[in-house]
Design a protein around this ligand. Structure first.
Ligand code: DX5
Ligand code: ZN
Length: 226
């Protein structure tokens, strides 16, 4: 079976003064998803953007021929449920949260899915995958952090590879259609290793937005994925 790889540029590293154009440019460059990092200066020591920005960007999240490009919302916030609902209303297509940021993980998943949005769980570098034993049947996405959340431009933490392998085994054993996404320090020169560990969806912020030619980077990533 061939894997469909997805590249999800993180607009955390985009030019915030021109976000709409940046979303368009990165979609023209071949982005499959738009990764939207929400930080609250509480769960993580940084502050980004909320549902109003998501809603404003939604009309820009489509290809030149008008095909919608999913907005992949990564919540680094606590509490989770109220803002997750606002993001669902603002046009998010997938919403992921950190289980350690929610008092009632199962309820938060249900709250997201009840809005007709796909739900994901995110695991920090030192966080075990244990909660998946009780939630794998409910979710659409697992997001493995390969940096500590809060900032773009950090280096990939190698122990994430073992965690990706573990998550891949759990997904395959479940037989369910669950994306395995990795976030942090993904570059052209390590994306193949991350794919070999079992990931199928790759967040990349600084690697793409840090270069003038977004398409050049996305093409090189695809070439590395084969
Ligand atoms: C970190 C964010 C990432 C970040 C990745 O908290 O979740 O999505 O933008 O940035 P890079 O690709 O630069 O590591
Ligand atoms: Zn992220």
């Amino acid at each position: 079976m061939t894997t469909t790889y997805r590249i999800a540029p993180s607009i955390l590293s985009a030019d915030f003064a021109r976000l709409g154009e940046e979303v368009k440019s990165v979609i023209d460059a071949g982005a499959d998803w738009i990764h939207f990092d929400v930080m609250d200066n509480h769960y993580v020591p940084n502050l980004t953007f909320g549902p109003m920005i998501c809603q404003a960007l939604k009309p820009h999240a489509k290809t030149a021929s008008g095909v919608a490009v999913p907005i992949d919302v990564h919540l680094m916030i606590s509490p989770v449920d109220a803002l997750a609902a606002s993001f669902a209303e603002a046009g998010a297509d997938l919403i992921s949260f950190h289980p350690d940021a929610s008092g009632h993980v199962h309820r938060s998943i249900q709250a997201i899915k009840s809005k007709g949005v796909k739900a994901g769980l995110v695991f920090n570098p030192a966080e075990p995958l244990d909660v998946l034993e009780w939630t794998l049947d409910e979710i659409d996405l697992i997001l493995i952090m390969s940096v500590n959340p809060g900032f773009g431009g950090q280096s990939f933490i190698d122990s994430a590879l073992r965690k990706i392998e573990h998550a891949r085994k759990l997904i395959d054993a479940s037989g369910r259609d669950i994306r395995l996404e990795v976030d942090g320090g993904i570059k052209v020169d390590n994306i193949r290793r991350v794919a070999d560990a079992g990931a199928d969806t790759f967040v990349a912020g600084s690697a793409i937005f840090g270069k003038p030619d977004y398409k050049g980077v996305v093409d090189q990533m695809r070439l590395a994925l084969g």
